[in-house]
Ligand binder design. Structure first.
Ligand code: DO4
Ligand code: MG
Length: 293
């Protein structure tokens, strides 16, 4: 029976790393969080995870993160993404050039508090006409720059804002509910052939699938090693890092997310990340503090 890694909220810990098997969770002897697991070399981690588990625990499944770990994104790493950006942007040349360049596009995407897991709401900005899901495979990278596992990322994007000007990237990429990860981390040693991994996504509205598409990791224009090596240049990641490797699936221009839509992303070997879309009001900060609008 294969084991996955999951992060759950328990009475004792908001982000407890556990072994998941058929929907049940078990503690990992000597390791409480994903940040702690990132301190081990891949082979050491493998021995611990494949060894005897600890106690059975119950908790709420969250995105597989830890408070200290940053989530980064890579962009324009598939032909489909390059073409979609060229179509939506006033400056298409920027995307053509980065697709062809040796240096990839890399950007800070999210943190633990800005990440949701499967089943939670993802957000669309009230001040953006069209937003889209970006179904991606994310790699979990330890402090030795080794990929220890894969998870699914929905790099939800405020398409209109990014299209107006590429310098608005952070506003298009980072806002309430803009990052979903999960449902679990599939350890890399359990994956026979990474390039054969299929990725599919759908948007369901009022019980009807209004859009679906597929790709596979074989269409990724960069290697994991290349992306990791650029990400670690002139950087420190003392707790490891999660890097979402970019989208190869982008809805056509006429499709935009609406409040109540359900986005499901399925990746072979990992599972399905499913989230309902919620409209994020412009005054969400004041509302979160209980202020009156
Ligand atoms: O260039 C903007 C970001 C692109 C991106 O997120 C992707 O290709 O996945
Ligand atoms: Mg993306």
């Amino acid at each position: 029976m294969t084991k996955s890694l999951a992060v759950i909220e328990t009475n004792l810990h908001p982000y407890q790393l556990v072994v998941e098997q058929e929907g049940e969770y078990w503690t990992i002897p000597g390791i409480a969080t994903l940040a702690e697991a990132m301190q081990l070399r891949l082979e050491e981690l493998r021995k611990v995870v494949e060894g005897p588990v600890g106690d059975k625990v119950v908790g709420i499944l969250k995105g597989p993160v830890a408070t200290e770990i940053e989530i980064w994104g890579a962009g324009v790493t598939y032909l489909r993404s390059r073409d979609a950006r060229k179509e939506e942007s006033g400056v298409p040349d920027v995307y053509q050039r980065v697709y062809e360049a040796d240096r990839p596009e890399l950007f800070l995407k999210s943190s633990a508090v800005r990440t949701v897991g499967t089943g939670a709401d993802i957000g669309i900005r009230a001040d953006c006409a069209a937003s889209v899901p970006e179904p991606e495979v994310a790699i979990i990278v330890n402090i030795f720059q080794e990929v220890i596992g894969l998870t699914i990322c929905n790099d939800v994007t405020a398409r209109t804002i990014e299209g107006v000007n590429p310098l608005y990237l952070s506003q298009a990429k980072i806002y309430v509910g803009s990052n979903a990860l999960g449902p679990v981390i599939k350890p890399i040693w359990q994956i026979a052939s990474v390039s054969d991994i299929g990725i599919s996504a759908s948007i369901t509205r009022d019980a009807h699938v209004i859009w679906e598409a597929q790709t596979s990791l074989s269409a990724l224009h960069r290697t994991f090693e290349d992306l990791v090596s650029y990400l670690f240049r002139c950087q420190v990641f003392p707790h490891g890092v999660i890097l979402s490797t970019g989208t190869g699936i982008v809805p056509p221009m006429e499709i935009a997310l609406q409040h109540g839509d359900v986005v499901a992303i399925t990746v072979d070997e990992i599972g399905t990340l499913s989230n309902t879309v919620a409209l994020i009001p412009e005054n969400s900060h004041q509302l979160s503090l209980g202020f009156r609008a």
